[in-house]
Design a binder for this molecule. Structure first.
Ligand code: PMP
Length: 285
């Protein structure tokens, strides 16, 4: 039995999971999405993801045609139909079919899509040995242009930064904002540890407020590790004791090199290891 995809109330075979080329999601990246995980049959932080999806939609004046409860139920239904317990879930709402002009008011029926799949885990060595990053010249979208808090289908800003990272031979790239402060990576938030204190860029740095980022802040509180949201510069990255990334897919990944410079002794530090262990317990019981 092949994979089933949810499209606006119907479960269809993967081969038939198609959206019109006139959908403004395709024509203009006009839509919103979420990346969610299920662990052992339970959707992790479902409410937080649903809330963020509806906030993203509200920010672009996109009315999702189903209630939050219906959306959550549709995610559960799609997981069941695919018999998935550990899964990566992609929830999408696109503006719907319109004309070739920009006008979103002409698009009448937003499409609600849910894709669930078995999760392709990052290689375990990455968690053991850490990741190498570079800072790139593509500046993170200014919040007054396209606020990074909106998880929109227009990810070109991130893709351009990702290309720079790939061209430099690394898997993730650090983006700075228009003030030159650190914002985030192309699909992950960033943290440093300095003098036994955690620090991560604040909302005002122009970031997507990651749900994993929030979980890590909670875990730090539980462990009695002080954690601050404050502006970070490249100086802070270069002089950090530890560095790591957080994201739904990546979970928590240690960083051991930035712009060719080793972070501290070049090995994942004790605090990131502790947080990773607690995160595993939280998600896998
Ligand atoms: N920043 C960006 C740009 C992202 O795309 C993601 C992944 N959704 C994150 C941060 C991490 O957010 P979360 O922990 O909610 O997955």
């Amino acid at each position: 039995m092949g994979l089933k995809v949810y499209i606006s109330g119907k479960l269809v075979d993967k081969e038939n999971a198609k959206i019109s080329v006139f959908d403004h999601g395709f024509l203009y990246g006009d839509g919103v999405f979420e990346g969610i995980r299920a662990y052992n049959g339970k959707v992790f932080k479902m409410q937080e993801h649903i809330d963020r999806l509806y906030n993203s939609a509200a920010a672009i004046e996109l009315a999702i045609p189903v209630s939050k409860e219906e959306y959550a139920a549709a995610i559960e239904e799609t997981l069941r139909a695919n018999d998935l317990k550990d899964a990566y879930i992609r929830a999408i709402v696109s503006r719907g079919i319109g004309l070739l002009g920009l006008n979103p008011r002409i698009c009448e029926n937003p499409e609600v899509v849910i894709i669930t799949d078995s999760i392709a885990l990052y290689p375990p060595e990455l968690y053991e040995n850490g990741l190498e990053l570079v800072t790139v010249s593509t500046v993170r979208n200014h919040p007054n242009a396209l606020d990074p808090r909106i998880k929109s289908l227009n990810y070109l800003n991130n893709i351009l930064a990702k290309i720079e990272g790939l061209n430099a031979g690394v898997m993730e790239a650090i983006m700075l904002n228009t003030r030159g402060c650190v914002s985030e990576c192309t699909g992950d938030n960033i943290f440093i540890v300095k003098d036994a204190e955690l620090a991560t860029p604040p909302r005002s740095a122009g970031i997507l407020e990651g749900i994993t980022r929030g979980v890590v802040m909670d875990l730090a509180r539980e462990h009695g590790i002080p954690a601050a949201e404050r502006d970070l510069t490249r100086y802070d990255l270069f002089t950090a004791d530890e560095c790591f990334l957080t994201g739904t897919a990546a979970e928590i990944i240690p960083v051991i090199k930035i712009d060719g410079r080793q972070v501290a002794d070049g090995k994942p530090g004790p605090i990131v290891r502790r947080l990773l262990e607690s995160f595993k317990k939280l998600t896998r019981g």
